[in-house]
Design a protein around this ligand. Structure first.
Ligand code: HEM
Length: 408
Protein backbone atom coordinates (compact mmCIF):
# COMPACT_ATOMS: atom_id res chain seq x y z
CA UNK A 1 0.00 0.00 0.00
CA UNK A 2 1.26 3.50 -0.76
CA UNK A 3 0.27 6.96 0.37
CA UNK A 4 -1.10 8.79 -2.65
CA UNK A 5 1.60 11.11 -3.89
CA UNK A 6 0.15 14.48 -4.84
CA UNK A 7 3.56 16.06 -5.34
CA UNK A 8 3.98 17.55 -8.75
CA UNK A 9 0.39 16.77 -9.69
CA UNK A 10 -1.27 19.68 -7.90
CA UNK A 11 -4.95 19.40 -7.07
CA UNK A 12 -7.24 19.62 -10.11
CA UNK A 13 -10.22 21.96 -10.11
CA UNK A 14 -13.58 20.21 -9.78
CA UNK A 15 -16.24 20.14 -11.22
CA UNK A 16 -14.92 20.03 -14.79
CA UNK A 17 -17.24 20.81 -17.72
CA UNK A 18 -18.15 18.09 -20.21
CA UNK A 19 -16.70 18.39 -23.71
CA UNK A 20 -19.49 16.24 -25.14
CA UNK A 21 -22.89 16.48 -23.39
CA UNK A 22 -23.50 12.75 -23.94
CA UNK A 23 -20.32 11.52 -22.23
CA UNK A 24 -18.31 12.04 -19.05
CA UNK A 25 -15.75 14.89 -19.04
CA UNK A 26 -12.55 13.79 -20.82
CA UNK A 27 -10.55 14.55 -17.67
CA UNK A 28 -12.19 11.56 -15.93
CA UNK A 29 -10.51 9.15 -18.32
CA UNK A 30 -7.12 10.83 -17.88
CA UNK A 31 -7.51 10.71 -14.10
CA UNK A 32 -8.55 7.04 -14.16
CA UNK A 33 -5.51 6.13 -16.25
CA UNK A 34 -3.22 7.75 -13.63
CA UNK A 35 -4.82 5.97 -10.68
CA UNK A 36 -8.11 5.13 -9.00
CA UNK A 37 -8.32 8.39 -7.01
CA UNK A 38 -7.45 12.00 -7.82
CA UNK A 39 -7.01 14.95 -5.50
CA UNK A 40 -9.26 17.88 -6.48
CA UNK A 41 -10.10 21.37 -5.23
CA UNK A 42 -13.79 22.19 -4.89
CA UNK A 43 -15.46 25.57 -5.54
CA UNK A 44 -15.63 26.05 -1.76
CA UNK A 45 -11.81 25.99 -1.67
CA UNK A 46 -11.83 22.65 0.15
CA UNK A 47 -9.83 19.65 -1.16
CA UNK A 48 -11.33 16.19 -1.74
CA UNK A 49 -10.71 12.93 -3.62
CA UNK A 50 -12.65 11.89 -6.68
CA UNK A 51 -12.96 8.19 -7.55
CA UNK A 52 -13.11 7.33 -11.26
CA UNK A 53 -13.05 3.51 -11.68
CA UNK A 54 -16.31 1.53 -11.84
CA UNK A 55 -15.30 -1.10 -9.27
CA UNK A 56 -13.74 1.46 -6.93
CA UNK A 57 -16.83 3.71 -7.13
CA UNK A 58 -19.09 0.78 -6.20
CA UNK A 59 -16.72 -0.29 -3.42
CA UNK A 60 -16.71 3.21 -1.90
CA UNK A 61 -20.51 3.50 -2.12
CA UNK A 62 -20.94 0.12 -0.39
CA UNK A 63 -18.31 0.71 2.33
CA UNK A 64 -19.71 1.25 5.84
CA UNK A 65 -16.54 3.19 6.72
CA UNK A 66 -17.63 5.84 4.23
CA UNK A 67 -20.12 8.37 5.61
CA UNK A 68 -22.74 10.53 3.88
CA UNK A 69 -23.17 12.69 6.99
CA UNK A 70 -23.10 16.33 5.94
CA UNK A 71 -21.74 17.42 9.35
CA UNK A 72 -18.21 16.02 8.82
CA UNK A 73 -15.76 18.94 8.79
CA UNK A 74 -14.41 17.96 5.34
CA UNK A 75 -17.77 17.04 3.75
CA UNK A 76 -17.13 17.74 0.03
CA UNK A 77 -19.97 20.20 -0.59
CA UNK A 78 -19.82 21.47 -4.16
CA UNK A 79 -21.41 24.83 -3.49
CA UNK A 80 -21.38 27.46 -0.81
CA UNK A 81 -24.06 27.00 1.80
CA UNK A 82 -24.82 23.34 1.06
CA UNK A 83 -23.12 22.04 4.19
CA UNK A 84 -24.47 24.70 6.55
CA UNK A 85 -28.04 24.29 5.32
CA UNK A 86 -27.77 20.48 5.27
CA UNK A 87 -26.35 20.40 8.81
CA UNK A 88 -29.33 22.41 10.00
CA UNK A 89 -32.17 20.72 8.11
CA UNK A 90 -30.64 17.18 8.09
CA UNK A 91 -32.18 15.59 4.97
CA UNK A 92 -31.81 11.79 5.14
CA UNK A 93 -29.74 11.70 1.91
CA UNK A 94 -26.98 13.25 4.03
CA UNK A 95 -27.31 10.85 7.00
CA UNK A 96 -25.83 7.42 7.80
CA UNK A 97 -27.55 4.24 8.99
CA UNK A 98 -29.21 3.56 11.35
CA UNK A 99 -30.58 7.12 11.42
CA UNK A 100 -30.90 7.18 7.61
CA UNK A 101 -32.66 3.78 7.49
CA UNK A 102 -35.78 4.97 9.31
CA UNK A 103 -36.55 7.67 6.73
CA UNK A 104 -35.54 5.57 3.75
CA UNK A 105 -37.83 2.70 4.81
CA UNK A 106 -40.69 5.13 5.23
CA UNK A 107 -40.37 6.18 1.57
CA UNK A 108 -39.34 2.81 0.11
CA UNK A 109 -42.68 1.31 1.03
CA UNK A 110 -44.27 3.97 -1.19
CA UNK A 111 -41.90 3.51 -4.13
CA UNK A 112 -41.85 -0.19 -4.89
CA UNK A 113 -41.99 -1.39 -8.50
CA UNK A 114 -45.61 -2.41 -7.87
CA UNK A 115 -46.62 1.00 -6.51
CA UNK A 116 -44.74 2.75 -9.34
CA UNK A 117 -46.61 0.60 -11.91
CA UNK A 118 -49.89 1.67 -10.35
CA UNK A 119 -48.86 5.24 -11.10
CA UNK A 120 -48.57 4.43 -14.81
CA UNK A 121 -52.02 5.71 -15.72
CA UNK A 122 -51.52 8.98 -13.83
CA UNK A 123 -48.06 9.58 -15.31
CA UNK A 124 -49.41 8.83 -18.81
CA UNK A 125 -52.19 11.39 -18.24
CA UNK A 126 -49.66 14.00 -17.05
CA UNK A 127 -47.44 13.36 -20.11
CA UNK A 128 -50.40 13.40 -22.54
CA UNK A 129 -51.58 16.74 -21.15
CA UNK A 130 -48.09 18.20 -21.50
CA UNK A 131 -47.83 16.94 -25.10
CA UNK A 132 -51.27 18.48 -25.86
CA UNK A 133 -49.96 21.79 -24.54
CA UNK A 134 -46.67 21.45 -26.45
CA UNK A 135 -48.56 20.82 -29.72
CA UNK A 136 -50.91 23.73 -29.04
CA UNK A 137 -47.99 26.05 -28.23
CA UNK A 138 -45.59 25.23 -31.09
CA UNK A 139 -43.77 24.64 -33.25
CA UNK A 140 -41.22 25.85 -32.30
CA UNK A 141 -40.94 25.25 -28.56
CA UNK A 142 -38.38 24.80 -25.79
CA UNK A 143 -38.51 21.11 -24.86
CA UNK A 144 -37.02 21.78 -21.42
CA UNK A 145 -39.58 24.35 -20.36
CA UNK A 146 -42.61 23.12 -22.27
CA UNK A 147 -42.14 19.42 -21.71
CA UNK A 148 -39.36 17.99 -19.51
CA UNK A 149 -39.72 20.49 -16.67
CA UNK A 150 -43.51 20.53 -16.93
CA UNK A 151 -43.73 16.71 -16.81
CA UNK A 152 -41.30 16.21 -13.98
CA UNK A 153 -42.62 19.00 -11.73
CA UNK A 154 -46.21 17.80 -12.26
CA UNK A 155 -45.32 14.17 -11.45
CA UNK A 156 -43.42 15.19 -8.29
CA UNK A 157 -46.28 17.43 -7.14
CA UNK A 158 -48.95 14.81 -7.88
CA UNK A 159 -46.92 12.30 -5.89
CA UNK A 160 -47.50 14.44 -2.81
CA UNK A 161 -51.09 15.16 -3.81
CA UNK A 162 -50.76 18.57 -5.48
CA UNK A 163 -52.43 18.91 -8.90
CA UNK A 164 -51.36 21.57 -11.44
CA UNK A 165 -54.60 23.49 -10.93
CA UNK A 166 -54.02 23.65 -7.17
CA UNK A 167 -52.62 27.06 -6.02
CA UNK A 168 -50.00 25.11 -4.04
CA UNK A 169 -48.51 23.89 -7.36
CA UNK A 170 -47.04 27.30 -8.15
CA UNK A 171 -45.87 27.70 -4.57
CA UNK A 172 -43.94 24.39 -4.74
CA UNK A 173 -42.45 24.85 -8.23
CA UNK A 174 -41.55 28.47 -7.49
CA UNK A 175 -39.16 27.33 -4.77
CA UNK A 176 -37.33 24.76 -6.92
CA UNK A 177 -34.28 25.02 -9.12
CA UNK A 178 -30.53 25.09 -9.09
CA UNK A 179 -30.64 28.83 -8.71
CA UNK A 180 -31.92 28.09 -5.21
CA UNK A 181 -30.43 24.68 -4.42
CA UNK A 182 -26.99 23.68 -5.51
CA UNK A 183 -26.30 26.04 -8.39
CA UNK A 184 -22.72 27.27 -8.77
CA UNK A 185 -23.88 30.79 -7.97
CA UNK A 186 -25.82 29.79 -4.84
CA UNK A 187 -24.92 31.24 -1.46
CA UNK A 188 -25.50 30.07 2.09
CA UNK A 189 -28.24 32.70 2.51
CA UNK A 190 -29.90 31.83 -0.81
CA UNK A 191 -29.83 28.09 -0.09
CA UNK A 192 -31.20 28.69 3.39
CA UNK A 193 -34.01 30.87 2.03
CA UNK A 194 -34.78 28.25 -0.65
CA UNK A 195 -35.02 25.43 1.88
CA UNK A 196 -37.10 27.66 4.16
CA UNK A 197 -39.55 28.51 1.36
CA UNK A 198 -40.02 24.89 0.26
CA UNK A 199 -40.31 23.70 3.88
CA UNK A 200 -43.00 26.26 4.58
CA UNK A 201 -45.10 25.09 1.58
CA UNK A 202 -44.63 21.44 2.58
CA UNK A 203 -45.60 22.25 6.16
CA UNK A 204 -48.85 23.84 4.92
CA UNK A 205 -49.55 20.74 2.79
CA UNK A 206 -49.03 18.51 5.83
CA UNK A 207 -51.50 20.64 7.82
CA UNK A 208 -54.07 20.25 5.01
CA UNK A 209 -53.54 16.47 4.74
CA UNK A 210 -53.81 16.13 8.54
CA UNK A 211 -57.19 17.87 8.40
CA UNK A 212 -58.44 16.06 5.27
CA UNK A 213 -56.36 13.00 4.33
CA UNK A 214 -56.55 12.00 0.65
CA UNK A 215 -55.19 9.12 -1.42
CA UNK A 216 -51.71 10.54 -1.93
CA UNK A 217 -48.30 9.60 -0.51
CA UNK A 218 -48.22 12.61 1.82
CA UNK A 219 -51.62 11.76 3.29
CA UNK A 220 -50.50 8.17 3.93
CA UNK A 221 -47.33 9.37 5.65
CA UNK A 222 -49.34 11.78 7.80
CA UNK A 223 -51.80 9.04 8.84
CA UNK A 224 -49.33 6.15 9.21
CA UNK A 225 -46.18 7.93 10.43
CA UNK A 226 -46.90 11.41 11.79
CA UNK A 227 -50.12 10.75 13.68
CA UNK A 228 -48.78 7.72 15.65
CA UNK A 229 -45.63 9.72 16.46
CA UNK A 230 -43.21 7.59 14.37
CA UNK A 231 -41.87 10.73 12.73
CA UNK A 232 -41.89 14.35 13.91
CA UNK A 233 -43.54 17.12 11.88
CA UNK A 234 -40.13 18.71 11.22
CA UNK A 235 -38.65 15.39 10.05
CA UNK A 236 -41.59 14.78 7.72
CA UNK A 237 -41.24 18.28 6.24
CA UNK A 238 -37.52 17.73 5.51
CA UNK A 239 -38.11 14.24 4.07
CA UNK A 240 -40.82 15.44 1.68
CA UNK A 241 -38.76 18.49 0.71
CA UNK A 242 -35.69 16.37 -0.17
CA UNK A 243 -37.90 13.91 -2.07
CA UNK A 244 -39.21 16.75 -4.25
CA UNK A 245 -35.77 18.32 -4.76
CA UNK A 246 -34.08 14.98 -5.54
CA UNK A 247 -36.73 13.89 -8.03
CA UNK A 248 -37.30 17.09 -9.93
CA UNK A 249 -34.15 18.44 -11.59
CA UNK A 250 -32.63 14.99 -12.13
CA UNK A 251 -35.65 13.77 -14.08
CA UNK A 252 -36.13 17.05 -15.96
CA UNK A 253 -32.53 16.88 -17.18
CA UNK A 254 -32.59 13.16 -17.95
CA UNK A 255 -35.74 13.55 -20.08
CA UNK A 256 -34.39 16.57 -21.99
CA UNK A 257 -30.88 15.18 -22.50
CA UNK A 258 -32.25 11.76 -23.54
CA UNK A 259 -34.38 13.38 -26.24
CA UNK A 260 -31.43 15.47 -27.44
CA UNK A 261 -29.22 12.36 -27.57
CA UNK A 262 -31.84 10.43 -29.54
CA UNK A 263 -32.29 13.27 -32.03
CA UNK A 264 -28.59 14.00 -32.38
CA UNK A 265 -27.26 10.47 -32.95
CA UNK A 266 -28.24 9.40 -36.47
CA UNK A 267 -30.75 6.57 -36.53
CA UNK A 268 -31.55 6.25 -32.81
CA UNK A 269 -34.93 8.03 -32.94
CA UNK A 270 -35.91 5.99 -36.02
CA UNK A 271 -34.70 2.76 -34.42
CA UNK A 272 -37.07 3.29 -31.51
CA UNK A 273 -39.91 4.40 -33.78
CA UNK A 274 -39.51 1.13 -35.70
CA UNK A 275 -39.46 -1.04 -32.58
CA UNK A 276 -41.04 0.28 -29.38
CA UNK A 277 -40.01 -2.86 -27.50
CA UNK A 278 -36.47 -1.39 -27.41
CA UNK A 279 -37.64 1.52 -25.26
CA UNK A 280 -36.87 0.10 -21.76
CA UNK A 281 -33.34 -0.87 -22.88
CA UNK A 282 -32.90 2.55 -24.51
CA UNK A 283 -33.95 4.34 -21.31
CA UNK A 284 -31.47 2.25 -19.32
CA UNK A 285 -28.64 2.90 -21.78
CA UNK A 286 -29.39 6.63 -21.75
CA UNK A 287 -29.31 6.63 -17.94
CA UNK A 288 -25.83 5.08 -18.10
CA UNK A 289 -24.42 7.18 -20.92
CA UNK A 290 -25.78 10.54 -19.75
CA UNK A 291 -25.30 10.03 -15.98
CA UNK A 292 -26.90 13.38 -15.15
CA UNK A 293 -26.46 12.85 -11.39
CA UNK A 294 -22.70 12.39 -11.72
CA UNK A 295 -21.64 14.03 -8.45
CA UNK A 296 -24.74 13.80 -6.24
CA UNK A 297 -23.07 11.21 -3.98
CA UNK A 298 -20.85 13.12 -1.54
CA UNK A 299 -18.99 11.22 1.18
CA UNK A 300 -16.30 11.39 3.89
CA UNK A 301 -13.90 8.62 4.99
CA UNK A 302 -14.36 7.74 8.65
CA UNK A 303 -11.25 5.51 8.67
CA UNK A 304 -8.14 5.32 6.49
CA UNK A 305 -9.29 3.66 3.25
CA UNK A 306 -7.25 1.66 0.80
CA UNK A 307 -8.67 2.30 -2.66
CA UNK A 308 -6.84 0.32 -5.29
CA UNK A 309 -3.59 0.64 -3.33
CA UNK A 310 -3.97 4.33 -2.48
CA UNK A 311 -4.74 5.52 1.01
CA UNK A 312 -7.45 8.09 1.60
CA UNK A 313 -6.91 9.33 5.14
CA UNK A 314 -9.76 9.29 7.65
CA UNK A 315 -11.68 12.55 7.60
CA UNK A 316 -11.07 13.37 3.91
CA UNK A 317 -13.94 14.09 1.54
CA UNK A 318 -14.63 11.65 -1.32
CA UNK A 319 -16.75 12.02 -4.47
CA UNK A 320 -17.41 8.73 -6.29
CA UNK A 321 -18.05 9.98 -9.84
CA UNK A 322 -21.00 8.11 -11.30
CA UNK A 323 -20.40 9.28 -14.90
CA UNK A 324 -16.77 8.16 -14.62
CA UNK A 325 -17.84 4.70 -13.40
CA UNK A 326 -20.46 4.46 -16.16
CA UNK A 327 -17.82 5.32 -18.79
CA UNK A 328 -15.07 3.06 -17.46
CA UNK A 329 -13.53 1.34 -20.52
CA UNK A 330 -12.58 -1.63 -18.40
CA UNK A 331 -16.25 -2.45 -17.85
CA UNK A 332 -18.25 -0.87 -20.68
CA UNK A 333 -17.14 -1.54 -24.25
CA UNK A 334 -16.97 1.74 -26.24
CA UNK A 335 -18.55 3.54 -23.30
CA UNK A 336 -19.22 6.78 -25.17
CA UNK A 337 -21.39 5.10 -27.80
CA UNK A 338 -25.13 4.70 -27.17
CA UNK A 339 -26.02 1.08 -27.83
CA UNK A 340 -29.50 -0.22 -26.90
CA UNK A 341 -28.26 -3.80 -27.20
CA UNK A 342 -25.34 -3.34 -24.80
CA UNK A 343 -24.56 -6.50 -22.85
CA UNK A 344 -23.07 -4.75 -19.80
CA UNK A 345 -26.04 -3.17 -18.09
CA UNK A 346 -25.14 -2.67 -14.43
CA UNK A 347 -24.75 1.09 -14.45
CA UNK A 348 -24.60 3.28 -11.35
CA UNK A 349 -26.60 6.28 -12.63
CA UNK A 350 -28.83 5.91 -9.55
CA UNK A 351 -25.77 5.37 -7.31
CA UNK A 352 -25.18 2.17 -5.35
CA UNK A 353 -25.39 0.99 -1.75
CA UNK A 354 -27.62 2.27 1.02
CA UNK A 355 -28.34 5.63 -0.63
CA UNK A 356 -29.19 4.23 -4.07
CA UNK A 357 -31.98 6.39 -5.53
CA UNK A 358 -35.24 5.71 -3.75
CA UNK A 359 -37.24 7.13 -6.69
CA UNK A 360 -35.63 5.03 -9.43
CA UNK A 361 -38.75 3.00 -10.21
CA UNK A 362 -40.78 6.17 -10.66
CA UNK A 363 -37.96 7.79 -12.66
CA UNK A 364 -37.76 4.82 -15.04
CA UNK A 365 -41.50 4.80 -15.55
CA UNK A 366 -41.55 8.55 -16.17
CA UNK A 367 -38.69 8.31 -18.69
CA UNK A 368 -40.29 5.43 -20.58
CA UNK A 369 -43.64 7.20 -20.78
CA UNK A 370 -42.18 10.65 -21.62
CA UNK A 371 -39.90 9.41 -24.43
CA UNK A 372 -42.41 6.82 -25.70
CA UNK A 373 -45.22 9.39 -25.93
CA UNK A 374 -43.03 11.87 -27.82
CA UNK A 375 -42.02 9.13 -30.28
CA UNK A 376 -45.65 8.28 -30.81
CA UNK A 377 -47.29 11.69 -30.90
CA UNK A 378 -44.49 13.94 -32.21
CA UNK A 379 -42.69 11.56 -34.59
CA UNK A 380 -41.12 14.36 -36.67
CA UNK A 381 -39.60 16.04 -33.62
CA UNK A 382 -36.17 17.56 -34.29
CA UNK A 383 -33.80 19.96 -32.61
CA UNK A 384 -33.39 23.32 -34.35
CA UNK A 385 -29.87 23.85 -33.04
CA UNK A 386 -26.64 21.89 -32.92
CA UNK A 387 -25.63 20.61 -29.44
CA UNK A 388 -22.67 23.07 -29.53
CA UNK A 389 -25.12 25.97 -29.52
CA UNK A 390 -26.95 24.72 -26.43
CA UNK A 391 -26.05 26.00 -22.97
CA UNK A 392 -25.66 23.21 -20.42
CA UNK A 393 -25.81 23.41 -16.67
CA UNK A 394 -22.56 21.95 -15.32
CA UNK A 395 -22.85 23.13 -11.75
CA UNK A 396 -26.35 22.20 -10.67
CA UNK A 397 -27.74 19.17 -8.86
CA UNK A 398 -27.82 17.40 -12.23
CA UNK A 399 -26.23 17.95 -15.65
CA UNK A 400 -28.53 18.97 -18.48
CA UNK A 401 -29.50 21.51 -21.14
CA UNK A 402 -30.84 24.86 -19.98
CA UNK A 403 -32.98 25.03 -23.12
CA UNK A 404 -33.68 22.68 -26.01
CA UNK A 405 -35.24 24.45 -29.02
CA UNK A 406 -37.25 21.97 -31.10
CA UNK A 407 -39.65 21.87 -34.02
CA UNK A 408 -41.73 19.14 -35.72
C1 HEM B 1 -33.28 10.25 -13.79
C2 HEM B 1 -33.70 10.60 -12.60
C3 HEM B 1 -32.91 10.43 -11.34
C4 HEM B 1 -31.57 10.27 -11.14
C5 HEM B 1 -30.45 10.22 -12.19
C6 HEM B 1 -31.35 10.17 -9.71
C7 HEM B 1 -30.12 9.99 -9.11
C8 HEM B 1 -29.93 9.80 -7.75
C9 HEM B 1 -28.67 9.50 -7.13
C10 HEM B 1 -27.35 9.40 -7.88
C11 HEM B 1 -28.88 9.34 -5.80
C12 HEM B 1 -27.91 8.81 -4.76
C13 HEM B 1 -27.16 9.82 -3.93
C14 HEM B 1 -26.13 9.18 -3.03
O1 HEM B 1 -25.67 8.03 -3.24
O2 HEM B 1 -25.75 9.85 -2.09
C15 HEM B 1 -30.28 9.56 -5.56
C16 HEM B 1 -30.88 9.52 -4.32
C17 HEM B 1 -32.20 9.86 -4.09
N1 HEM B 1 -33.17 10.08 -5.06
FE1 HEM B 1 -32.89 10.05 -7.06
N2 HEM B 1 -32.56 10.25 -9.07
C18 HEM B 1 -33.54 10.41 -10.02
C19 HEM B 1 -34.91 10.50 -9.80
C20 HEM B 1 -35.51 10.53 -8.57
C21 HEM B 1 -36.93 10.63 -8.35
C22 HEM B 1 -38.00 10.69 -9.45
C23 HEM B 1 -37.12 10.69 -6.99
C24 HEM B 1 -38.40 10.76 -6.21
C25 HEM B 1 -39.55 10.30 -6.61
C26 HEM B 1 -35.80 10.60 -6.36
C27 HEM B 1 -35.57 10.62 -5.02
C28 HEM B 1 -34.35 10.37 -4.41
C29 HEM B 1 -34.13 10.34 -2.98
C30 HEM B 1 -35.17 10.63 -1.92
C31 HEM B 1 -32.78 10.01 -2.77
C32 HEM B 1 -32.07 9.80 -1.43
C33 HEM B 1 -31.99 8.32 -1.12
C34 HEM B 1 -31.18 7.99 0.12
O3 HEM B 1 -30.35 8.79 0.55
O4 HEM B 1 -31.40 6.92 0.70
N3 HEM B 1 -34.86 10.51 -7.36
N4 HEM B 1 -30.91 9.83 -6.76
Amino acid sequence: MTEFDTEGLGPQAFPVPRGCPFAAPEAYREWREKGPVTRVTLPTGRAAWVVTGYHEVRAVLADPRVSADVRHPNFPALVQGEQEVGAESRPFIRMDPPEHTRFRRMLLAEMTVRKARRMRRDIQRVVDERVDELLAFGPPADLVRHFAHAVSSTVMCELVGVRRADPAFRRVTGTLGSQVFGGGSSTAEGASEGVGALSSVVDDLIAERAARPGEDLLSRLVVEQLNPGLVSREELVTTIAILIVAGWETTTNQIALSVLALLHHPGLWEQLRADYSLLPAAVEELLRALSVGDSIALRTATEDLDIGGHIIPAGDGIIPLLAAANHDHNVFREPDSIDFGRAEKKHVAFSYGVHQCVGQNIARLELNIAVGTLLDRVPTLRSTVHPEEIRFRHDGIAFGPEQLPVTW
